[in-house]
Design a protein around this ligand. Structure first.
Ligand SMILES: C[S@@+](CC[C@H](N)C(=O)[O-])C[C@H]1O[C@@H](n2cnc3c(N)ncnc32)[C@H](O)[C@@H]1O
Length: 385
């Protein structure tokens, strides 16, 4: 029957639920599974996975308390009794006991013979660059998500955009103190991103790399160390780039790097580089800004020049447990950005005129994935729009 024949009150045809979902919706089926060996095991694992989702916000807040009260830091100095953790933190011993057991439940610490100590996971938490800074930055996002219904309806004014002042235009990021705060957070976590990018992209053969939106130069410092003959240009906002001087000087890279202050929204990108990287830049911005930026990159490259986009990417048709939850919600709270999938970025590169575009999924999706492309003068951006 056609829609017209069905009349104005007809309901849209509903797709039939798959049989497994119909079973999942049945309390009798769950009662049955709980009794059957084999099925009972699967049901318990599914239940635990569901409960992990339900309690996720409590896990995060317990971790934040362990960080802010410096419990993990104290244990990094050596095993300690409860009193040595509670006293300096200003937390009554009986409440600290509950927090420590929560930390043990998270696998971060353990108690043996009356002494609390770090586990390998707890030690790794402190050692992974950027992780602690990320957790300490999360209260902003936590407040933005306090009313998730209003948040997803678009009825709230998230605070997070204020942390990244450039999202509403380069002029927003003129305050050097704000710029230093966000640049430090990014630089802290850049080590892992650079390491994974260097695993996926071979920069040998590149003569001159320009990192656009390169912050205080942490990515270029890592690539420069791996490729001793590479010349480099750092391009970022005027309030940001002064922070790169000390890094390049300390790494002995001063003679190999040129620092160019500017805004890719308002200024032409400098020429001269045969490869341009955009690391954790696109996901901050709306499609229109990204389109304009990719065209500017195309214009700044010579024939055969390469573009390298590196950032956490959404899973597309197969949503990813990290990027489609954390990064997509985070960039939504930023108000201007969007976590795009690899194929989407590949398509946008193609529309900007790049050819031979390749998506390389990262082996840690929550750290980064890469899309690369090559400039061919036969395919101009105007032609492919
Ligand atoms: C999320 S941070 C990433 C920094 C660095 N690439 C990294 O991965 O650590 C985004 C960077 O883009 C820069 N940025 C934002 N808008 C810009 C603009 N209009 N022109 C130049 N840089 C800009 C910011 O200052 C910031 O350093």
């Amino acid at each position: 029957m056609s829609d017209a024949a069905a009349g104005p009150m007809a309901r849209p045809a509903q797709a039939r639920q798959p049989w497994a979902v119909r079973l999942g919706l049945s309390p009798r089926f769950h009662a049955f599974c709980a009794k059957v060996p084999g099925l009972r095991h699967i049901a318990r694992a599914e239940g635990a996975a569901l409960f992990d989702i339900v309690q996720g916000f409590v896990q995060s807040q317990a971790l934040l308390a362990l960080v802010e009260l410096r419990v993990l830091h104290r244990l990094a100095e050596g095993p300690a009794p409860l009193a040595a953790l509670a006293g300096p933190a200003g937390v009554p011993a009986e409440r600290m006991a509950i927090l420590c057991k929560a930390g043990a439940g998270l696998g971060l610490m353990a108690e043996r013979r009356g002494l609390w100590r770090l586990t390998v996971r707890g030690a790794a938490f402190l050692a992974v660059p950027g992780l602690e800074a990320m957790v300490r930055h999360h209260p902003v996002l936590y407040r933005d998500l306090a009313d998730p219904v209003a948040f997803f309806r678009g009825e709230t004014q998230p605070e997070l955009a204020g942390f990244w002042p450039y999202v509403f235009g380069a002029g927003g990021a003129a305050d050097p103190t704000l710029a230093a705060r966000y640049s430090a957070l990014m630089a802290d976590s850049q080590g892992l991103v650079a390491a994974d990018t260097l695993r996926m992209v071979d920069f040998r053969g590149v003569r001159h790399l320009m990192d656009v939106g390169g912050g205080t130069g942490a990515f270029l410092a890592a690539v420069g160390a791996a490729c001793p003959d590479l010349r480099m240009t750092l391009f970022d906002l005027p309030a940001v780039v002064p922070g790169a001087e000390a890094r390049f000087a300390a790494a002995g890279l001063r003679g190999r790097v040129k620092i160019v202050p500017g805004s890719f929204r308002d200024d032409a990108l400098p020429g001269g580089a045969d490869a341009i990287s955009l690391v954790r830049v696109l996901y901050d911005h709306a499609d229109s800004t990204v389109t304009q930026l990719l065209r500017a990159v195309w214009a700044a490259l010579p024939e055969g020049g390469r573009i390298v986009v590196s950032e956490p990417m959404a899973g597309g048709a197969q949503p990813d447990p990290a990027t489609d939850v954390y990064f997509s919600v985070y960039t939504l709270a930023m108000q201007t950005g969007r976590t795009r999938s690899g194929p989407e970025i590949e398509r946008m590169l193609g529309e900007a005129g790049f050819v031979d575009c390749q998506y390389r999924p990262g082996f840690r999706s929550f750290v980064t994935s890469v899309v690369t492309g090559v400039k061919s003068v036969n395919d101009s951006p105007q032609k492919s729009v």
